[in-house]
Design a protein around this ligand. Structure first.
Ligand code: PEP
Length: 248
């Protein structure tokens, strides 16, 4: 990995204010590990409080609405997330695509709104087990990315991160081999270069996500073109999350 590895914790729908102690502990530990860029995406209810509690780590949101404001009960706009202290937003996560019926077009509209609000975007993509078994994983992931990424993007290396998360690896304890991850990341890199040009396409970080834990982090992060990890379950305690950060 050429740059500082980027390790992002996605707390999903976990955490009340009691979890801020974990955020503080992660932040303190990250101050001694400056070779790794560390970030957390708590649920919306904790974004502002986390932002106020931490000094070193990045804080982001897990979703945003494509509109800036209006009659959208229960939704949060990118501007509101930024106002609460978010610096980035995770978009296109398979749990939102599956559980909320988010289409590529909607994910793209959200990405455009996020960028307009000054948020960096972590764009998730990944194939189901059926798609992988059918030998169509690369085709599926590239098509998903092509249709979900914003059509134009200033400073892609700074504003965009891609997270490859095979759906069958999320929360299951199963992971692809480092070779399979490297093969997919090389395909994603080629697409980014095609879309954004040689220099900008090469500057976008590509994270791996799916059952990353301290025990497998070193091997998974050493795979070709892996610039860090998006971590779900193992980001919920400072101890397990920092185990991954240390391995990175
Ligand atoms: C995720 O959902 O982004 C994720 C990677 O989850 P887990 O680490 O729990 O597999």
């Amino acid at each position: 990995m050429a740059e500082r590895p980027y390790i992002v914790g996605n707390w999903k729908m976990n955490g009340t204010r009691a979890m801020l102690a974990q955020a503080r502990a992660i932040d303190r530990a990250a101050q001694n590990l400056m070779k790794v860029e560390v970030a957390l995406a708590p649920p919306f209810t904790l974004v502002h409080a986390t932002h106020r509690e931490v000094e070193q780590i990045g804080v982001g949101a897990q979703d945003c609405h494509p509109a800036d404001d209006g009659a959208h009960t229960g939704d949060i706009s990118a501007t509101m997330a930024a106002d609460a202290g978010a610096k980035f937003v995770i978009l296109g996560h398979s749990e939102r695509r599956q559980n909320h019926g988010e289409t590529d077009a909607l994910v793209r509209a959200k990405a455009q709104a996020a960028l307009a609000a000054g948020l960096r975007v972590i764009m998730c993509c990944g194939e189901t087990e059926e798609v992988r078994d059918a030998g169509k994983a690369v085709e599926h992931v590239l098509a998903q990315l092509r249709a979900s990424l914003p059509e134009s993007l200033d400073r892609p290396g700074e504003m965009l991160t891609v997270a490859y998360e095979p759906v069958w690896a999320i929360g299951t304890g199963r992971t692809p081999t480092a070779e399979d991850i490297g093969a997919m990341h090389r395909e994603i890199r080629a697409l980014l270069v095609e879309l954004f040009g040689e220099e900008d396409g090469a500057a976008v970080r590509i994270l791996y996500g799916g059952s990353v834990k301290a025990e497998n982090a070193r091997e998974l992060l050493a795979a070709d073109e892996v610039g860090g990890a998006l971590v779900g379950g193992a980001s919920l305690t400072a101890e397990s999350f920092m185990g991954i950060v240390i391995a990175a």
